[in-house]
Design a protein around this ligand. Structure first.
Ligand code: CA
Length: 231
């Protein structure tokens, strides 16, 4: 029997916390809750959740700061930002500071549960695989979700890791943003969300490329998509 995955909900609207908690528990998750940013940060540090649902507008500390601080501490827990529909800029900002995904309020429980499932670390799939050198001095270790360049570890979020590992697993093959949403994000629908792919690629390049403006590893095929250079 697999150990229960733990989801931390950081949200100041008690009615949202209650309904989300109810649904997560029904799906077999253990749930931690926090009603302001500082308490959320503390719960993330102490509770070591497998995923965080993080509201943006929170008392004491906004959600972006919670995420930024956790990433600064090297915590790569998957983070889904909860934003209000009109806060379009929040989505991009959230991804820029290292969130893995966002969902707009009001959301359906079905969609939220699908996102949680898609974003939670899929450890079972990863067992028994060994570190593989790829290209440009890059090494990917699927067992520990660890990437290093010329022996130096690079801190990636789970989604950045999965995108890199997917592209590097198929060197030279070009994937459209929609392909990547389906293959890496596990979404069976796409809308405006394809720009999530662009933001994640940009962040990944900043971490792994010698010169992010002239990438040598993750390349763009203009008008088609992205691919990993096998060279
Ligand atoms: Ca709020």
């Amino acid at each position: 029997m697999e150990e229960k995955k733990t989801v931390l909900i950081v949200e100041d609207e008690k009615s949202i916390v209650d309904i989300v908690r109810f649904n997560l528990e029904k799906e077999g998750y253990a749930v931690l809750t926090a009603y302001d940013g500082e308490a959320g940060l503390a719960a993330a540090r102490e509770g070591k959740p497998d995923l965080i649902l993080l509201d943006v507008m929170l008392p004491k500390m906004i959600g972006f700061d919670v995420c930024r601080i956790l990433r600064g501490e090297g915590d790569n827990v998957p983070v889904i930002i909860l934003t209000a529909r009109e806060e379009e800029a929040d989505k991009v900002l959230g991804l820029e500071i290292g969130a893995d995904d966002y969902i707009t309020k009001p959301f359906s429980m079905r969609e939220l549960m699908a996102r949680v499932k898609a974003n939670i670390r899929r450890t079972a799939m990863q067992q028994g695989s060994a570190a593989v050198p790829t290209a440009g001095g890059l090494t990917i270790d699927p067992e520990n979700y660890q990437v290093s360049k010329h022996g130096k570890p690079i801190a990636l979020t789970q989604r950045e890791y999965e995108l890199l590992s997917f592209l590097a697993g198929h060197p030279g093959k070009v994937y459209s943003r929609i392909d990547l949403m389906e293959q890496v994000w596990n979404y069976d629908y796409v809308g405006d969300d394809v720009r999530t792919v662009d933001v994640t690629v940009r962040r990944l390049r900043e971490k792994i490329e010698d010169d992010p403006a002239n990438p040598a590893l993750i390349l763009t095929r203009r008008g088609v998509g992205y691919y990993f250079s096998g060279q």
